[in-house]
Design a protein around this ligand. Structure first.
Ligand code: UT7
Length: 339
């Protein structure tokens, strides 16, 4: 980076989850399963889902409102909106465009979504860092929101047990004190194993031409076993490398805030870093896997519950469809979540 790279400040974080709770016991009404099977394999007891007309847009709006309030930055000063969504209600207009309209953010402000599934928050943070660092935009609203429950195949007991709905948001800005809240960050991808998690659109060819062999269902199809193997073999050493790049040791970092996909995957990272339970933020038990929203939900809720003390540092890491993965060592300043 050049000498005139502008450092980034994480100014505010927010989250929102829908009210409706679906427990493991409830899932027994859909297929042959048990709370014991789900909990021991995943660490999940329940998840939240949207109902009726509620969508990821509503969840994202509420999370963004909280992040904006915590940041102290007026919505009229936001100059870029990035949506991180893999299961939004519409491909377009995007989550970011719909939120721009809902907040009354003016038209000269760009708004776009990126699709990096459960790594979306880290991808968005890296992009925001580039924009802020180069002086292109100053105050960026990042919103990670998904209504996974609407693209889940509720007849597939191997996949539908995992996912839940939720939203997280971050307001990032040009640092006014010269301190960079990103100590290190990296994003990666391997499309050659992309078939491990797919959502294929229900698209059909023009009726005047030969039909495609298959039409997508629009539902999540996942090879859980191979995703699991990928995650435990790739992510822990990758997180360690990201920590090395930050110039800190893993013991110097206060918290691990990982993507909440499976408690056993979280523990594989925890064991690699030799972290005690107090350093690891996990709320998968109550929310399942909320895609890109899971990191900011765990962060903001962790502060509210007293699990995270601010004025600290954390390593964030995500992985998911694409396949994509990413990690960041960040400073968590006082006030980014107000109690
Ligand atoms: O953001 C990334 C998102 N994805 C992930 O993180 C997924 C990572 N993978 C996983 O978490 C695990 O692979 C799962 C929890 C999804 C599945 O656990 P598993 O140990 O890989 O189970 P499996 O799919 O290999 O199934 C083992 C057995 C099968 O029975 P048989 O064939 O051995 O008789 C399944 O039919 O368990 C059966 N099974 C179930 N039984 C009760 C699968 N799902 C269920 C269920 N309840 N819900």
């Amino acid at each position: 980076m050049g000498n005139d790279f502008i450092p980034l400040k994480i100014a505010g974080v927010g989250y929102y989850v829908p009210e409706t709770v679906i427990t493991n016991e409830d899932l027994k009404k859909l297929y042959d399963t048990s709370d014991e099977w789900i909990y021991t394999r995943t660490g999940i007891k329940e998840r939240r889902v949207v109902s009726g007309n509620e969508t990821a847009i509503d969840l994202g709006y509420n999370a963004a409102k909280m992040a904006l309030k915590n940041s102290g930055i007026d919505v009229k000063d936001i100059d870029c909106v990035i949506g991180a969504a893999s299961a939004p209600p519409q491909i377009y207009p995007t989550l970011a465009c719909l939120l721009q309209a809902k907040f009354g953010i003016p038209n000269h402000v760009p708004a776009f979504d990126l699709t990096a599934a459960c790594t979306g928050l880290i991808y968005a943070l890296q992009i925001a860092r580039g924009f802020i660092g180069a002086g292109i935009y100053k105050n960026i609203l990042i919103v990670a929101a998904d209504n996974n429950s609407k693209i889940t195949d509720w007849t597939d007991r191997g996949t539908s047990i995992l996912f839940g709905d939720g939203a997280g948001a971050m307001v990032v800005t040009a640092s006014d004190d010269g301190i960079d809240d990103i100590l290190s960050i990296d994003i990666s991808a391997d499309g050659s194993i992309g078939q491990l998690i797919q959502t294929n659109m229900p698209q059909e060819c023009c009726p005047l031409v030969k039909a495609a062999d298959e039409v997508g269902t629009g539902k999540i199809i996942m090879n859980g076993k191979d995703v699991y193997k990928f995650a435990v073999s790739t992510v822990p050493s990758y997180v360690e490398k990201c920590i090395e790049k930050s110039g800190m040791t893993s013991q110097e970092i206060d918290y691990l805030i990982p993507h909440q996909a499976n408690q056993r995957i979280i523990e594989s990272i925890q064991n690699r870093l030799k972290y005690s339970d107090e350093k690891v933020i996990s709320n998968i038990k109550y929310y399942g896997n909320t895609s890109a929203a899971s990191i900011p939900i765990a962060l903001a809720e962790g502060v509210e519950q007293g699990k995270i003390k601010l004025g600290s540092t954390a390593v964030l890491c995500g992985f998911g469809a694409g396949m994509t993965w990413g990690a960041a060592v960040v400073r968590l300043r006082e006030g980014i979540v107000k109690l």
